[in-house]
Design a protein around this ligand. Structure first.
Ligand code: HEM
Length: 485
């Protein structure tokens, strides 16, 4: 009856005691996703915490998360109205904007553009793939230079430049050399981004931290400056495209976006600034995630030399030594794909999605969550749910292979790294192709090692992505150096 329901609705969601002023901020620790998982064992998969002045619902485990994001997709499709989100992409970001008709249109245009330049037909597919392979072979040459005379180096920055080049070539029709100083600087300066917008960041939930000197205030200040610089770079490129725009010739994604948004502007309220915002979103989303994935893959490859040998044997058998691997080899390289899925599951390198908010009242697992509640979605907990994964803390790619050695698609679908529902990642298809091709080419051409007697750690830093701490490797050429044609 209504009386009983209301009584239940008024009940506070379960959750830890929240201290005045700071709430549970001091309990999050260095790795909030692990803390969230621990709290779920005590309070259940749906519970509430308080960070500063915000009540936040945390969702954990496969069942509760899929129930929310898939069965109640519209109710969970919002984004919080955080100050930091309004500073991204000049306030015209699609990613950091809440659910609305305008957002739907903005997202649809981004999706259509990505498809048009990566998979619309066999020619675009081929062009996209060739460009990744070319980038990967250049990376091999750079790795070999950095490994000269047995030197060891950290591959993180070169991987970021390579990933940035792929998305910049798509958006601007132009890649930047690994030694382009302006570009390298720009990439260095966006390091802070994920720490500010990731779940658990205190910038938005404790506004009073902005009124006196402290590390959070400094971080937010540099976030704003870096955002402006990054957005300024993108705006400048998009403006150049506008000046030379020819509706008959679509050179790249920027042209496509300018064309569509200019045409649609009067209908849905999207302005030219939304075109700049969208290009900036795609570049930002497309470089940090891919580079982080590759950093983990290389690290895990070095940590598991037996797996590396097995992968080398497989790739030599399937591809041979006279040509480079291609997407057509993928179905014969199931163990390689399994290694990628296991890297995504094991590291869960986007541990918590970008925060969501509820667009109306909703009930999950019998618990009422009011409209406009901030929601953290703990993807890490899905990928380490002991009900779904045997020995979730063990890195074992073969868990994704069936009896005949084929990739088990039901299991790979259970990995959650691109989120689900209305806000799921729109770059997941291109991301999978990119990661596969970079990995396959690097593996075909190189072997990866570390300093003898120096164990590499799996420790990482927390933000929107989990990044491995500084590690150093050495790379050796496995045969003749092959260059893409
Ligand atoms: C959003 C993961 C690559 C474009 C997201 C979200 C996740 C994610 C977890 C947040 C979803 C949510 O809030 O529920 C990843 C991973 C990638 C990757 C793991 C690579 C391994 C890419 C690429 C692009 C891209 C290459 C585009 C070029 C976007 C955009 C959004 C998004 C535009 C915002 C969607 C929205 O708010 O509606 N991604 N992503 N991502 N991703 Fe990706």
């Amino acid at each position: 009856c209504l009386w009983v329901r209301n009584l239940r609705f008024k009940k506070r969601l379960p959750g830890p005691f929240a201290w005045p002023v700071v709430g549970n901020a001091m309990q999050l620790g260095q790795m909030p996703h692990i803390t969230f998982n621990k709290l779920a064992k005590k309070y259940g998969n749906v519970y509430q915490i308080r960070l500063g002045c915000s009540d936040i619902v945390v969702l954990n485990g496969d069942r509760a998360i899929r129930q929310a994001l898939i069965q109640h997709s519209t109710e969970f499709a919002g984004r919080p109205n955080f100050t930091s989100y309004q500073t991204v992409s000049g306030g015209k970001s699609m990613t950091f904007t809440s659910y609305s008709e305008q957002w739907k249109m903005h997202r649809k245009i981004a999706q259509t553009t990505i498809r048009a330049f990566s998979s619309a037909n066999s020619q675009t597919k081929k062009t996209f793939e060739q460009q990744i392979v070319a980038e990967a072979t250049e990376l091999v040459e750079i790795f070999l230079k950095l490994s000269a005379q047995g030197q060891h180096f950290n591959p993180a920055h070169e991987l970021t430049v390579a990933a940035a080049n792929v998305i910049c070539a798509l958006c601007f029709g132009k890649r930047y050399g690994h030694d382009d100083a302006e570009f390298r600087n720009l990439l260095h300066r966006i390091d802070n981004f994920g720490k500010t917008v990731g779940a658990g960041s205190l910038v938005d939930v404790m506004p009073w931290l902005q009124s006196f000197p402290n590390p959070v205030r400094s971080m937010f200040k540099s976030f704003k400056v870096q955002n402006q610089e990054f957005f300024g770079f993108v705006q400048h490129k998009v403006e150049e495209h506008r000046e030379t725009f020819d509706p008959q010739v679509t050179r790249d994604m920027s042209d496509a976006i300018i064309g569509v948004i200019d045409k649609a502007a009067s209908k849905n309220g999207l302005t030219k600034d939304h075109a700049d915002g969208m290009v900036s979103d795609l570049i930002g989303a497309g470089l940090d995630t891919i580079s982080t994935a590759l950093q983990w893959i290389v690290l895990l490859l070095v940590k598991h030399p037996k797996m590396q040998t097995k992968l080398h044997e497989l790739i030599d058998k399937v591809v041979g030594r006279d040509r480079l691997p291609s997407v057509e080899d993928r179905s014969s390289l199931a163990y390689l794909d399994a290694f990628i899925y296991e890297t995504m599951r094991f590291t869960s390198f986007v541990p918590v999605t970008i925060p969501h908010s509820t667009t109306s009242d909703v009930i999950i697992e019998g618990l009422h969550i009011p409209k406009d509640t901030v929601v953290f979605i703990n993807q890490w907990s899905v990928n380490h749910d002991p009900l779904m994964w045997k020995d979730p803390h063990v890195f074992d790619p073969s868990r994704f292979l069936d009896d005949k050695g084929f990739l088990d698609k039901d299991l790979t679908n259970n990995v959650m790294i691109f989120s689900a529902g209305k806000r799921r990642c729109i770059g997941n298809q291109i991301a999978k192709v990119e990661i596969f091709l970079f990995f396959a080419v690097l593996l075909h051409q190189c072997s990866f090692g570390k300093r003898a007697n120096k164990d590499l750690s799996l420790n990482c830093s927390y933000g929107l992505t989990l990044k491995p701490l500084d590690y150093k490797i050495n790379v050796k050429l496995r045969g003749d150096l092959l260059i893409s044609n």
